[in-house]
Design a binder for this molecule. Sequence first.
Ligand code: PEP
Ligand code: MN
Length: 343
Amino acid sequence: MIVAMKSGAAPEEIQAVIEKISGFGLKAVDIPGGERTAIGIASAIPPELRQTLTELLESMPGVDRVSQVSRAYKLASREFHPTDTVVMVKGVVVGGNEIVVAAGPCAIESREQLFEAAAVVKRCGGKILRGGAFKPRTSPYSFQGLGVEGLRLLKEAGETFGLATVTEVMDPHDVDLISSFADILQVGARNMQNYPLLTAIGDSRWPVVLKRGPSATIDEWLLAAEYVLSRGNPNVILCERGVHPLDREHTRYTLDLSAVPVVKYLSHLPVIVDPSHACGNWRYVAAMSKAAIAAGADGLLVEIHPDPGRALCDGAQSLKPDSFENLMNDLRSVACAVGRPLP
Ligand code: PEP
Ligand code: MN
């Protein structure tokens, strides 16, 4: 942290800042400049003190501004963990060299629907079956998911087809229940900043796909990951799924593809992309899936449905089995071009 004093700050104001910093047991270093003085903090600042200290110093007379040198997240940062994290689930390696595709319906609707989707995922080289049992719907009158019955079907489909499974958890009290049925938990975009939920998942140590909130900055997203990591759960997979758009007429959100290389630079955590929720329209899903892999994503989370016209949730953005198969074939060339295998 560096405190820049105003030009012409009085020597007593500079001294008061140095004493305030020293009062916290931290070492303050006076850096006199041509026009003004800066004061550096040359000791590690405990994370819980960072915000308070910044605010205190910013409010002191003679202080112009306080700049952060280290990032607010530590465990999620590549600074302290230079090598890539890989999350291993049931023999599936997320964040390794191989591209991992998770696909399935938005919501689990019936045994037939889920098993049909699972068969397609398996046949086309997907490794993870997705399917919502507890759905975060904008309207309370929309289909809310099959609940525990959906979880049972997901587990059965995963076992039958040899696929790992992922499903959303919305309530911290459901973490144990859902992790007894699914291999990976999903924190949806709406819950990225549900801190009790992130804490409960951190305590569970269960692998988690952490979606980016549509209004969240990259730092807020990584701080959400920090909640999980700081409870001792290293198994975090980040998922970009689109941010609030300028133009809602054509796409549901705007896929922030630049977030992929940015997060890869800032963090060691695996990053996957959900083109389905970002686009909101199946027509654009293939293009954005290919772009995501070209941009360095470790995998994809794609919605597919055996009969999208009858889907109870997100049919408009769900790929039909044929389109998914074509996409997987095209993706192999893109993966190959960036030196990564896709089974
Ligand atoms: C989902 O994956 O089913 C979902 C609800 O996505 P999001 O949280 O990104 O809206
Ligand atoms: Mn959906």
